[in-house]
Write a protein that binds this ligand. Sequence first.
Ligand code: ADP
Ligand code: ZN
Length: 290
Amino acid sequence: MVYGSIEAGGTKFVCAIGDGDFNIKERVSFPTTTPEETMKLVIEFFKKYQNELESIGIGSFGPIDIHRDSPTYGYITSTPKLAWQNYDFVGTLKEVFDVPMAWTTDVNAACYGEYIAGAGQGFSSVVYYTVGTGIGGGALQDGVFVEGFSHPEMGHMLVRNHPDDSFEGNCPFHKTCLEGMAAGPAIEKRAGKKGQELAEDDPNWDIEAYYLAQCAYNTTLMLSPDKIILGGGVMKQKQLLGKVYKAFDELMNGYVKTPKLEEYIVTPELGDNAGTIGCLALARDSKLHS
Ligand code: ADP
Ligand code: ZN
């Protein structure tokens, strides 16, 4: 008996097969092209395991429809990726695999992974952000995703400009929202080179930390979670967290007494595996199935 994991990202898909202890038996990755091409590869991968496949956990780029009573449940909805607009993701898989499927956002899946087996283990309220090509956020309260009419879109919260930052922002919807100011492509546009090519002491990291600190500040005031986990490619810059703590303290100005920042605002313990482990855990935990 095995579980399936699908991390459906905007740039690549990662599919995996694992057991109930999250030991990964096989993992493959391929670029996100058209639904026809990409889903064909997904289906081929899982077909090999069809006889032992218990369930599948899916974490998808979005926006997605998560409402079980909606006629478009399981669809990717208004994504800027045209080929995937109004695409029946879960339905397409269900035509081939008659197994329970858990369906949530990519960042919720990573949040779940960290909650079950990483930095959020043992805590009741966990928030996870990915800071990469975009910024996304997910929140869990006692093992259940925080959601209402839809899933959160925390990456597009508004932020105020760093006093030295004249970058106009590059979110196609809001220009200067968090994603528009602090995701990888914003860093690249502002600095003229990619984040991974900037020196550790480049002043752009102070600017970046100022926005991430606002993200943590807003999150703290909205949810008072036990953990705020910051993941994604940009957080591989180890000097960032310390700068975030400093800017966070200044913004908070003593108003809320949070847990010790080194234990409160952290990077993922599962690293790049948070999504895969999260999807396997979602597949395993039947209360989240459709
Ligand atoms: P994705 O969001 O596409 O799943 P990543 O989380 O790796 O993938 O995000 C990619 C973005 O993060 C790019 O804009 C890239 O420049 C930036 N990035 C990746 N690695 C680093 C790094 N080590 N330091 C700074 N920025 C990085
Ligand atoms: Zn935005």
